[in-house]
Design a binder for this molecule. Structure first.
Ligand SMILES: Cc1cc2nc3c(=O)[nH]c(=O)nc-3n(C[C@H](O)[C@H](O)[C@H](O)COP(=O)(O)OP(=O)(O)OC[C@H]3O[C@@H](n4cnc5c(N)ncnc54)[C@H](O)[C@@H]3O)c2cc1C
Length: 509
């Protein structure tokens, strides 16, 4: 009898302890889910904004370019003629996920390219011919049905092809340069309405200027892109201290055959900031990848519930040290036990940004990216740790990738092999939030430049002109060449106003 009582007490104690241990995470996630409402206010009539939600600007008008209307190219020619004669500027927009007003010009004409999205596949030559407004999401749908995939793209599928090549994006495809290396050719409409084809052989200078050219040279109409097989990958996931990660990568991963995709995610819990990372390496596996349609027919569980859980864990880490440590535990310990070990390439690439986006009224998510030569990577992490802890903005995510040398674009960030650090901050949408972000961004840019690195251009325009020039030593020539191709400066945006020949010290963005 007495033994029973002791056992009951022990069980009650263990049960109580278990409740205490799981109560806090469950309560935290339940609260996050409850508060996760879409509070974003609609963009004011006659204005445009971008993914920063800090750039609302009145414009003359927005022209939606549609592929299904007749003679659309002739319509574009007329539109450029009208802009030239009325002295208006033209800014070009894809999905508007850049954050510095790169798609915006005050009182200008905004070309919304997102309806310009037809495509066809040349199976014999493994090339996709795609109009510039198509998003990766649409591209993957077509490629997947043919057992194919995108060669190089970002980590999400919400972006347009035109916006992606105009910033020269990169992703976590291992051992690959940025996207320009997978572009065979494109057609571009210049300021006078002429359409020219550009490739490494034809109009090669314009090819290198418009790739990563931020819409300053003309309207990219359509693009011929390399495509690759959709493969099945097996994940090799390890939790490592940041100090040992590069060594493990060199000794154990980089030389292994079949390494196709690679990224790491760093711990952002304040007490252990950037001390550890989860290294995710994807190796080609021998199985046959199912198509997206095939997976649905087989009745595979929908990813919906998993995506929602992922969102709640992620958003619950905003503004909460507990949420950050919960997310780290979930991703470093729980996820390897519950998630599958094989993935198709297309499943990895086919995820929209909306799954993780910030929907609150008072804050916004701001991306940064720094490229550092490998020998400076450890020192950069130390500098980031110091800088970030001295500022208000909340560091929500850091992923690390590797990018090979870019041989194609004029305004290049990867002029050698680089390790890239993508950082996501939550910023208050008010003056002090902005001031703090400006200061911190400049410190982070200096840290990268001092180590021979660069920073990425599609985000906020906080870099000083001097920092911009240091990071992009060919920028003066870039703008001289813009003046040759577009003497009337028809194509403009906030990026051009900030760093172009005539500086506007404070354009929105
Ligand atoms: C959540 C998130 C995740 C991201 N992840 C990555 C990543 O993994 N890797 C990476 O490299 N980047 C990443 N980015 C940055 C992203 O690649 C760029 O912002 C890209 O430009 C987005 O494409 P878009 O269609 O939204 O372009 P937009 O923002 O609409 O346009 C970007 C630039 O391209 C120009 N442009 C657009 N279409 C045309 C056209 N048809 N002709 C000429 N110029 C044109 C615009 O004028 C503008 O200057 C990310 C951004 C966000 C918000």
């Amino acid at each position: 009898m007495r033994r029973h009582v002791v056992w009951l007490c022990v069980l009650a104690l263990l049960g109580g302890l278990a409740l205490v241990v799981i109560y806090r995470p469950i309560a935290h996630l339940a609260r996050t889910a409850h508060d996760d409402r879409d509070e974003r206010e609609p963009i004011e009539y006659g204005h445009v904004d971008d993914a920063s939600r800090l750039n609302s600007t009145p414009v003359h008008r927005i022209e939606r370019i549609m592929s299904d209307s007749e003679n659309q190219e002739a319509v574009l020619v007329d539109l450029l003629a009208e802009a030239r004669s009325s002295g208006r500027r033209v800014a070009i927009a894809g999905s508007r996920h850049s954050m510095g007003g790169h798609t915006i010009y005050p009182d200008g004409i905004i070309l919304d390219m997102s309806g310009w999205n037809e495509m066809s596949l040349d199976l014999e030559d493994s090339v996709l011919n795609v109009q510039a407004g198509a998003t990766w999401d649409e591209v993957i749908d077509l490629l997947d049905a043919h057992g194919l995939s995108v060669s190089i793209m970002q980590s999400n599928d919400s972006f347009t092809v035109g916006g992606s090549i105009s910033v020269n994006c990169h992703g976590w495809q291992f051992g690959r340069p940025p996207i320009a290396s997978s572009v065979r050719s494109f057609r571009i409409m210049l300021a006078d309405g002429d359409v020219v084809r550009c490739s490494r052989e034809e109009n090669a200078e314009l090819f290198s200027l418009a790739l990563g050219g931020y819409g300053l040279f003309g309207i990219i109409l359509d693009v011929a892109l390399d495509v690759v097989p959709n493969e099945l990958y097996e994940i090799d996931q390890r939790v490592l201290s940041t100090d040992e990660a590069l060594r493990v990568f060199d000794d154990d991963l980089a030389g292994r055959e079949g390494l196709s995709m690679l990224y790491a995610r760093m711990d952002v819990t304040p007490d252990s900031l950037l001390d550890e990372l989860i290294l995710n390496a994807f190796f080609v596996s021998s199985g046959v990848p199912k198509t997206k349609a095939g997976s649905l027919e087989d009745g595979e569980p929908s990813n919906q519930a998993l995506s929602e859980l992922k969102r709640i864990i992620f958003r619950g880490s905003s503004g909460s040290d507990f949420g950050k440590s919960l997310r780290w535990d979930a991703e470093s310990r729980l996820a390897p036990m519950v998630l599958g070990r094989t993935y198709t390439r297309n499943a990895l690439l086919d995820e929209g940004v909306e799954i993780l986006e910030n929907r609150s009224a008072g804050t916004t998510d701001i991306l940064h990216e720094y490229f550092v030569p490998r020998e400076g990577a450890e020192a950069f992490v130390d500098r980031v740790r110091q800088i970030v802890t001295g500022h208000e903005s909340d560091l929500l995510n850091v992923t690390v990738r590797q990018v090979e040398t870019d041989e194609d674009t004029f305004l290049r960030y990867a002029d050698g092999p680089m390790i890239s650090f993508v950082m996501l901050f939550v910023q208050d949408r008010n003056e002090s939030g902005e001031e703090d972000m400006v200061e911190m961004t400049r410190e982070l840019i200096d840290a990268s430049l001092d180590l021979g690195g660069r920073y990425y251009l599609p985000y906020r325009l906080h870099a000083t002109r001097e920092q911009f020039r240091r990071a992009y030593p060919r920028s003066d020539r870039f703008f001289e060449l813009k003046a040759l191709y577009d003497p009337g400066e028809l194509f403009q945006n906030q990026f051009y106003r900030r760093y172009g020949p005539v500086a506007d010290p404070k354009p929105a963005g």
